[in-house]
Design a protein around this ligand. Structure first.
Ligand SMILES: *Cc1c(COP(=O)(O)O)cnc(C)c1O
Length: 326
C-alpha cells in the first residue's frame, strides 16, 4: 500500500476517473499574456466536481477498493475539499463514508459534505487529535482510511490534472503547482517527468507556512505549527513520507506567495477571466506573476487548484485591496 506511485499509476488513474471526473478546461488570456510577457496555460480545477482537483484522487482511491472494503466503508479527516471529494466519490461508488471534521468547521462545508451523503463526526480541534479519532473509528468499525495526500492512489489521481494539461499543451517551459501536503505536486511531477521532461516544475506554498521549501532544501521533512494564511487548502503541517521523496527528486524548486499576492490574483481571475478561485487555488499564478521577469517569452503552465471560497469571504478579501495591476 505504501509503494511509490509511478507514471503508469497516473495513466491508470486517468482511466479510472474517466467519465466520472470532469476534464477541466485550459484557459488562456491574451490580456494577461501581454501584461506578463509570457504564454500562460491555466488548468482550471476550480471547475472540477466539488470545486477542486481533490475529487480526482478521492475517486481513484475509492474505485480501487475491493468489495469487502467498499461494503465496510471509508473514513477521512478534513475540514476542506478532501472531505467533500471523498463524500461525493463514495456516494457515486455506493460506499458509506464517514468524515471527521472540526466542531468549528464552516457550516457551509459541513452541509456540503452531508449533502453528498457523508456522515460527519465532529471533534474539538484544540483538544483532540483528528488522526487518532479517524484511526480509532477505522479500527473499531473496519473502515478504510483515505488520507488527504500521502497515499499512492491519491497521488496518482491528483497527477491526472497535469497529465491532461500536458496532453493538451505542447512544449511547456515551466509548470507551477500549489503545494500543501504534496499530493498534487508529486502527481504533477510524475506526469511532467514523462510527458514534458524539459519543463521545470515548481511547487508554490504560502509564505507563512514554508515547511515544503525548508524540507526541500534541508533534505528532511520539516514540521511546522498551523500557519496563519488565507490559503486554507495549504495549511498542512508537513509533507508526506511518499510525497517528499518524489518532490525532492522530480521538482526543480519550491517557492512561496504572500496572502496579499493571492488576493491580487483572486481579483485578476475574477475581473479578467470571469472566474472564482479560492486563495489556495491562486498560489501558482501568484508565483508566476512575481517571477514574470525570469519567464519572459516562455510557455508556462499553472494548476488553478480550486474555487471553494465563501462568497462573503471572497468579497471581504477582494473588496478591501487595491485595484489589480495587470
Ligand atoms: C488540498 C489542496 C491543495 C494542496 O494539495 P496537496 O495535495 O495537499 O499538496 C491546493 N489547493 C487546493 C484548492 C486544495 O484543496
Amino acid at each position: 500500500m505504501t509503494a511509490r506511485p509511478t507514471f503508469d499509476d497516473v495513466r491508470a488513474a486517468a482511466r479510472h476517473i474517466a467519465g466520472h471526473a470532469h476534464r477541466t478546461p485550459v484557459f488562456t488570456s491574451s490580456r494577461i499574456d501581454e501584461a506578463l510577457g509570457l504564454r500562460l496555460y491555466l488548468k482550471c480545477e476550480n471547475f472540477q466536481r466539488v470545486g477542486a482537483f481533490k475529487f480526482r484522487g478521492a475517486f481513484n482511491a475509492l474505485s480501487r477498493l475491493g468489495p469487502e472494503q467498499r461494503r465496510a466503508g471509508v473514513i477521512a479527516y478534513s475540514s476542506g475539499n478532501h472531505a467533500q471529494a471523498v463524500a461525493l466519490a463514495a456516494r457515486l461508488l455506493e460506499v458509506p463514508a464517514t468524515i471527521v471534521m472540526p466542531l468549528d468547521a464552516p457550516a457551509s462545508k459541513v452541509a456540503a459534505t452531508q449533502g453528498y451523503g457523508g456522515k460527519v463526526v465532529s471533534y474539538d480541534r484544540y483538544r483532540e487529535d483528528r488522526e487518532a479519532i479517524a484511526q480509532g473509528l477505522a479500527d473499531s468499525e473496519g473502515l478504510t482510511l483515505i488520507p488527504p495526500y500521502d497515499h499512492p492512489d491519491i497521488i496518482a489521481g491528483q497527477g491526472t490534472a497535469a497529465l491532461e494539461l500536458l496532453e493538451e499543451v505542447d512544449g511547456l517551459d515551466a509548470l507551477f503547482v500549489p503545494l500543501g501536503g504534496g499530493g498534487l505536486l508529486s502527481g504533477s511531477a510524475l506526469a511532467a517527468a514523462e510527458l514534458a521532461p524539459d519543463a521545470r516544475v515548481y511547487g508554490v506554498e504560502p509564505e507563512a507556512g514554508d515547511d515544503g521549501r525548508r524540507s526541500f532544501r534541508s533534505g528532511e521533512i520539516v514540521h511546522i505549527e498551523t500557519p496563519r494564511t488565507i490559503a486554507d487548502g495549504a495549511q498542512t503541517l508537513h509533507l508526506g513520507e511518499l510525497t517528499f521523496p518524489l518532490i525532492r527528486e522530480l521538482v526543480d524548486d519550491i517557492v512561496t506567495a504572500t496572502d496579499a499576492q493571492l488576493v491580487d490574483c483572486m481579483r485578476l481571475c475574477a475581473s479578467t477571466l470571469k472566474m472564482l478561485v479560492e486563495p489556495t487555488g491562486c498560489l501558482g499564478l501568484a508565483a508566476v506573476r512575481e517571477r514574470a521577469a525570469q519567464l519572459q517569452g516562455q510557455r508556462v503552465g499553472v494548476v488553478i487548484s480550486g474555487g471553494n471560497v465563501d462568497l462573503a469571504q471572497f468579497c471581504a478579501l477582494v473588496g478591501s485591496a487595491q485595484e489589480e495591476s495587470s
